[in-house]
Design a protein around this ligand. Structure first.
Ligand code: PMP
Length: 346
C-alpha cells in the first residue's frame, strides 16, 4: 500500500512538472492571436468577416511581432551589439514592442514620436522605460526637426546605437510573412478570400498579403488609406503626388513617403477613409461588437464596408485590427474631443 501511494505521488509530481504550461518571458507570448467573427457592424455584407485581433499581443498591438523580428535579425548580423541603444521613429506601437524586447534583452530604448500622437502613447512608452523625443508633425520628412531626421541624427551621435527604420527594414515584412500570414491561413483552414488592412509602413499588408497569395494567388488584398496620404494615388497612377499630402487626424495609417515595405505589386487596391468615419467607426466597434480598439481599426472596418460590392456570399474576408482602445481614451473615445471635432452626431 505504501509503495502504491509513493508511486502515485511520484507519478503526479512528474506529470505536473512535465505539463506545467508557462512562457519563459513575455516575448514568448507574442503571436497566436485569436480570429473573431464580426456579427453586427457587418450585417449588411453578404460575406463572413473575421477579425485578426492583435491586441492580444503583450504590447497590445500587432507591432510586437515585427519589433522582435527586427531586433533578432539585427542581433544575428551584428547591427545591434550587447548593451547597445535602439533608436526608432515610431507612432507608438512599434516603440512599445521594441521597448518590451529591449527590457528582456538588456538594451536602452529611444523613441522619436510626432506630436500628433496621443498623450497616452507617449506616457505608455515612458512607462516601459523608453526615452521619448517629441517632434513636430507639420514639417517635411527631410526637415531636420521631422521625426525621420531626428531619429537618423540621434543614431549618428550616440555610440553603439542602431536605427531600426521600420519603413525600409525587411524584417518588418518578414515577421508578418512568417507569423501573421500563416496564422490567418491556418485559422481559416485556407478559406480566406480577401485580406483588408490599414497601411502605414506596409509591413503588415505586404507580409501577410504575399504569404496568402503564395498559398492561393486568388486571394485579394486591400489596403486602407487616409485622406492626406500618398498611397492610393501612387498605386493607381504611379505618380507620387505632393498635393495628396496634408495633415490628418487618423493615427497609424497613411504616409507622406513611400516606404520600401509597401509592396504595391501584391496590393489589389486601396480605399480611403475620412478622419471622421475612422473615429465614428472606432466607437461603433466598441459599442456594437464589444471590441475596444484603436483608431486604425475604425478606419479598417469602414474601408471594408466601402468595399461591399467586391464581396460575395461564399467569401471569407479577414480584417486585421492593429491596436487597443486604451491608447485613444483622450481622443476618439472622449465625447468632448469628438464634439470639438464636430463628429458627435453618430
Ligand atoms: N495601425 C496602427 C495603430 C499602427 O500603429 C500601424 C503602424 N504604423 C498601422 C496600423 C499600420 O501597420 P503597418 O505599419 O504594418 O503598415
Amino acid at each position: 500500500m505504501i509503495i502504491f501511494d509513493w508511486a502515485f505521488i511520484s507519478a503526479t509530481f512528474v506529470f505536473q512538472y512535465l505539463y506545467m504550461n508557462y512562457a519563459n518571458n513575455i516575448l514568448e507570448t507574442i503571436g497566436n492571436t485569436p480570429l473573431v467573427k464580426l456579427n453586427h457592424i457587418t450585417k449588411d455584407l453578404p460575406c463572413t468577416v473575421l477579425a485578426k485581433y492583435e491586441t492580444f499581443n503583450p504590447g497590445n498591438s500587432v507591432k510586437d511581432r515585427m519589433a522582435l523580428q527586427m531586433i533578432e535579425d539585427a542581433e544575428a548580423d551584428g547591427r545591434l551589439k550587447p548593451g547597445g541603444t535602439i533608436i526608432e521613429g515610431t507612432s507608438g506601437n512599434t516603440g512599445m514592442g521594441l521597448a518590451l524586447a529591449a527590457i528582456i534583452k538588456g538594451y536602452k530604448m529611444i523613441c522619436v514620436i510626432s506630436d500628433k500622437q496621443s498623450q497616452e502613447k507617449i506616457d505608455i512608452l515612458r512607462a516601459v522605460g523608453s526615452e521619448v523625443h517629441v517632434c513636430p508633425t507639420d514639417v517635411a520628412p527631410d526637415d531636420p526637426r521631422s521625426y525621420y531626421s531626428v531619429s537618423k541624427s540621434l543614431s549618428t551621435e550616440i555610440p553603439n546605437s542602431w536605427y531600426v527604420n521600420q519603413y525600409d527594414n525587411p524584417s518588418n515584412c518578414k515577421a508578418h510573412f512568417q507569423s501573421t500570414g500563416p496564422e490567418i491561413w491556418d485559422q481559416t483552414d485556407g478559406k480566406v478570400t480577401h485580406f483588408v488592412v490599414g497601411v502605414g509602413t506596409g509591413g503588415t499588408i505586404s507580409g501577410v498579403g504575399s504569404f496568402l497569395k503564395l498559398k492561393n494567388p486568388n486571394v485579394k488584398v486591400w489596403g486602407i488609406d487616409t485622406y492626406g496620404s500618398v498611397f492610393k494615388k501612387y498605386h493607381e497612377t504611379g505618380i507620387f503626388d505632393e498635393n495628396e499630402i496634408y495633415p490628418y487626424v487618423t493615427e497609424g495609417i497613411g504616409e507622406d513617403i513611400l516606404p520600401l515595405n509597401v509592396r504595391f505589386e501584391i496590393i489589389d487596391g486601396f480605399t480611403k477613409v475620412t478622419d471622421k468615419d475612422a473615429a465614428v467607426y472606432t466607437r461603433k466597434l466598441a459599442k456594437k461588437e464589444g471590441m475596444f480598439l484603436g483608431n486604425s481599426a475604425g478606419a479598417a472596418i469602414k474601408g471594408l464596408l466601402q468595399l461591399k460590392a467586391h464581396f460575395g456570399p461564399d467569401d471569407v474576408v479577414v480584417v486585421l485590427f492593429h491596436d487597443h482602445g486604451s491608447r485613444y481614451v483622450g481622443k476618439m473615445y472622449n465625447d468632448e474631443w469628438m464634439a470639438k471635432m464636430g463628429w458627435l452626431d453618430e
